[in-house]
Design a protein around this ligand. Structure first.
Ligand SMILES: Nc1ncnc2c1ncn2[C@@H]1O[C@H](COP(=O)(O)OP(=O)(O)O)[C@@H](O)[C@H]1O
Ligand SMILES: [Mg+2]
Length: 597
């Protein structure tokens, strides 16, 4: 993420305009809040005028009754001021929450349609910050700072106008220190801005560190490295503390210099105004009025020290939110479908001279061509990091090949709407994601009835899983699938893939982290399933590969060998070497692995 550069914060603020757009549906409310704002400003203006009247008229006339009435009026004005301010705050809050809820939904809505690559670049933690705390920072600024600041500015000009009308000379004295405040604020903003930014960066670093290490706590404990982690945490904590203090020092200096300026300003008014009172050219009431107004206009200036931080936070949040919103959604189709969709055999996969690079000229796949006929079982084998998974992601259009064509059911994947394309596949990965929810929800992902889930579980021979769990299909699987073994999670993932009744099954090392017994069981079940479907399986264990109709050996992004197992053994090439290696490795163990599994 781009670093915070506070220099531009007060110059270009298109993000405020963009954020205000989310307030558009609430224009009547905003207008009402504006009216209330005007009312509260007026009341704040009137209060000191009433005091002036009490002193100059009632006290001067020694009329106690009139004074009591004026005092009542003064109380009424203040109570009204409190009520109006309350109503205005409540209204703004309501509007702010509603507008930002809209922003949050459009953010979520847009995240759902981002290309898969977005999630490589922005891990879940960051996206979560975007949706939750960044939106909150923006809301806080818009409702608590921005509109209140507008009110302060209006009130300031109104008070200045009244003071000038009352007494030009004293008004000049009262307003004369303004340039000083302006200079003070500029210095404050220049020094505090970068320090606030640093504090935020240090804070993010600490939070990230904590998140990663708390997740890995069992590993740290097992390896006895908690002291090492604690030391690093302490250092990050110290840095954060130091930067916090550095920022706070600036805030305190600013705050105190404002207090000092206010004292000097008040003293000046006292000297000039007091002397004029003594000479009878100014009433005491007017002097009190000036004191009151000057006190009021220093209030928001004091508040600015907090508000700058809120502003900077909101700006950083907005920049990140809008950058995410502006990532183009994944296009549904990349090429127009042929006039007459050349639908080939259903369930066929075909790669035609496909080359692909994630970046620039780093070709991960080079001239890959193969065809999996409908209903066939193909296996991909080869060393890690040589492009096997990439072949699957091209099929699902997580990425698009730069050269060549990828066809599914005889159609170019670029011409098939995404949802339609992906509904044709059942995908099982090594890493199983279980969602918080029931077993049924995890199998069906919100689509279909109990029967469908049971049928899928039965197909892979895992019905006993549902029967064994305390609440059957309704058993809640915790975060991350607590209470299920790794193998059982794999079963759930397979059932999930099958419940969609896909024509094509893609397995990417789906069973490599399961114990051999479960793997054998899963494979026996999947054999059954694959009989009626096209399948492309990536596997390391040869037990899985052997039953395939054909084997593709992938190395450095190329298909080096292709054929049935017997053909490849006869070829005596890489595959044969791989099989020799594994048979050798496992030679003394076959009995044992079955017994212990
Ligand atoms: N999202 C990605 N961005 C950049 N490079 C990637 C990405 N995914 C994989 N790669 C690279 O592409 C190569 C092939 O990866 P992959 O297809 O996952 O290999 P395999 O599945 O055969 O182990 C590897 O060198 C890997 O580092
Ligand atoms: Mg892989």
């Amino acid at each position: 993420m781009e670093p915070d550069s506070p220099d531009e914060s007060f110059e270009k603020r298109p993000w405020i305009g963009r954020t205000l757009r989310y307030f558009r549906p609430f224009i009547p409310h905003v207008v009402l809040a504006g009216v209330l704002l005007a009312a509260s400003s007026t009341l704040a203006l009137v209060g000191p005028l009433v005091l002036q009247h009490a002193i100059d008229v009632d006290v001067a006339a020694r009329d106690v009754n009139a004074l009591a009435h004026t005092a009542e009026f003064y109380v009424v004005v203040l109570v009204l001021l409190v009520l109006v301010t309350l109503a205005q705050r409540a209204l703004l809050n309501k509007v702010g929450f509603a507008a930002m809820a809209n922003l949050r939904s459009s953010l979520l809505e847009s995240i759902v349609h981002k290309p898969v690559t977005t999630f490589d670049e922005q891990p879940a933690g960051k996206l979560m910050t975007r949706v939750m705390s960044d939106v909150d920072a923006l809301r806080q600024f818009m409702t608590e700072t921005f509109l209140v600041l507008v009110g302060d500015v209006i009130l300031f000009f109104a008070m200045a106008a009244v003071m000038i009308r009352m007494d030009l000379q004293l008004a000049l004295v009262a307003l004369g220190l303004l340039p000083l405040l302006g200079i003070g604020f500029t210095i404050f903003q220049r020094t505090a801005g970068p320090r606030f930014a640093k504090t935020r960066a240090k804070n993010a670093e600490l939070v990230g560190f904590l998140a990663e290490h708390l997740r890995a706590m069992p590993v740290l404990q097992a390896l006895d490295r908690t002291a090492w982690a604690r030391e690093r945490c302490r250092r990050l904590g110290q840095e954060r503390y130091d930067s916090d203090r550095a920022a706070e020092r600036v805030v305190i200096s600013y705050f105190n210099s404002i207090t000092l300026t206010e004292a000097v300003g008040t003293a000046l008014i006292l000297v000039v105004g007091g002397a004029r009172c003594a000479h009878g050219t100014l009433t005491v009431g007017t002097l009190v009025l000036f004191f009151e107004y000057v006190r009021r206009y220093y209030e928001p200036v004091h508040r600015l020290s907090d508000q700058l931080n809120v502003l900077e936070k909101a700006r950083a949040a907005a920049v990140r939110i809008y950058a995410l919103l502006d990532v183009a959604p994944e296009p549904d189709v990349l090429l127009p479908a042929a006039a007459e969709p050349a639908r080939g055999p259903l369930g066929e996969i075909r790669f035609e001279d496909v080359s692909f690079a994630y970046r620039g000229e780093d070709w991960v796949l080079r001239g890959v061509s193969f065809t999996v006929p409908p209903g066939a079982r193909y296996a991909l084998v080869g060393p890690t990091g040589h492009g096997k998974s990439t072949i699957l992601s091209l099929l699902l259009r997580f990425h698009v090949a730069q050269k060549g064509r990828v066809l599914v059911d005889g159609e170019d994947v670029r011409t098939i709407p995404l949802e339609n394309l992906r509904s044709r596949f059942g995908l099982v990965l090594q890493d199983v994601r279980l969602f918080p929810g029931s077993l049924k929800e995890n199998v069906l992902l919100g689509e279909g009835l109990d029967e469908r889930a049971l049928k899928a579980l039965e197909t892979i021979g895992a019905l006993d899983l549902a029967l064994r769990l305390p609440d059957g299909l309704a058993t809640q699987l915790g975060d991350g699938g607590d209470g299920l073994s790794f193998g059982e999670r794999q079963l759930v993932a397979c059932a999930r893939a099958l419940a969609r009744e896909p024509r094509i099954l893609l397995l990417d090392e789906a069973t490599s982290s399961v114990d051999p017994a479960t793997e054998a069981r899963l494979h026996a079940a999947l054999e059954e399933v694959m009989r009626t479907r096209t399948s492309l399986t990536i596997a390391h264990r040869l037990a899985t590969v052997r039953s395939a109709d054909r084997i593709l050996y992938v190395e450095r992004g190329e298909i080096r060998e292709e054929g049935s197992r017997l053909e490849l053994l006869a070829l005596d090439g890489r595959y044969a070497a791989l099989e020799r290696l594994q048979t050798f490795e496992h030679a003394p163990l076959p009995e044992a692995s079955v017994v212990h599994g």
